[in-house]
Design a protein around this ligand. Structure first.
Ligand SMILES: [Zn+2]
Length: 204
């Protein structure tokens, strides 16, 4: 694949329609793009609210695959345009991948999505210390067991998060098991004022 193809896809990532590379920087053709207008929704879980932009289906599902596979800038821009207003908080904590996964991919897709949007609020203070298998199709109890002690506060991060509003950010929100495990880790370390979640997609 030529370098310019990597930077500027010349085919729609979803339907493979050829696109004018001179128009540049688009991951989807106009037709697919029109089907991917963000539809922000909020899901209320027991102890937090989840804000999500998209359903995990169609062209969005294709883009989410690309996000983890090559994370090209056009995909990031399509999923989270700079012009789109997004939820914020005092401190924004990304759901971490295990270091071995980041090395394998060569990038941290959650960081690529959110770091530039949140600037100094972006605070990757939680690390994934256990390499966990896919939680897909696992029953709730099994998920909980897999995620036990998967997260740890990184001692390098010393900012006092007590009484601050926190926003946990991730690419996909599914059952909430990962978020619950992260919240457990956060609450062990500090007493935030409130915790909410922002995910690009919801996959129920
Ligand atoms: Zn298309």
């Amino acid at each position: 694949m030529a370098l310019n193809q990597y930077c500027t896809p010349s085919h729609c990532h979803h339907c493979d329609t050829p696109m004018d590379p001179l128009l540049g920087g688009h991951a989807l053709c106009d037709y697919c793009e029109n089907l991917c207008t963000p539809e922000p929704t909020t899901i209320y879980e027991k102890s937090y609210a989840v804000h999500a932009l998209f359903e995990f289906s169609g062209a969005i599902q294709t883009l989410m695959h690309h996000l983890k596979f090559d994370c090209n800038p056009a995909v990031v821009k399509q999923l989270l345009p700079d012009s789109l207003a997004i939820p914020t908080a005092d401190i924004v904590i990304p759901v971490p991948s295990h270091l071995s996964r980041i090395r394998q991919r060569g990038f941290d897709h959650v960081e690529r999505l959110f770091k530039h949007r949140y600037g100094h609020r972006y605070y990757p203070c939680v690390q994934r210390v256990k390499k966990t298998p896919s939680l897909y199709n696992q029953p709730a109890e099994k998920r909980k067991k897999i995620l036990a002690n998967a997260f740890q506060w990184n001692p390098q991060y010393t900012h006092n998060c007590n009484n601050q509003s926190l926003l946990i950010v991730d690419d996909i929100y599914t059952s909430g098991s990962t978020i619950n495990a992260m919240i457990q880790c956060i609450n062990h370390h500090c007493k935030p004022k409130a915790i909410a979640v922002f995910a690009l997609c919801r996959k129920m």
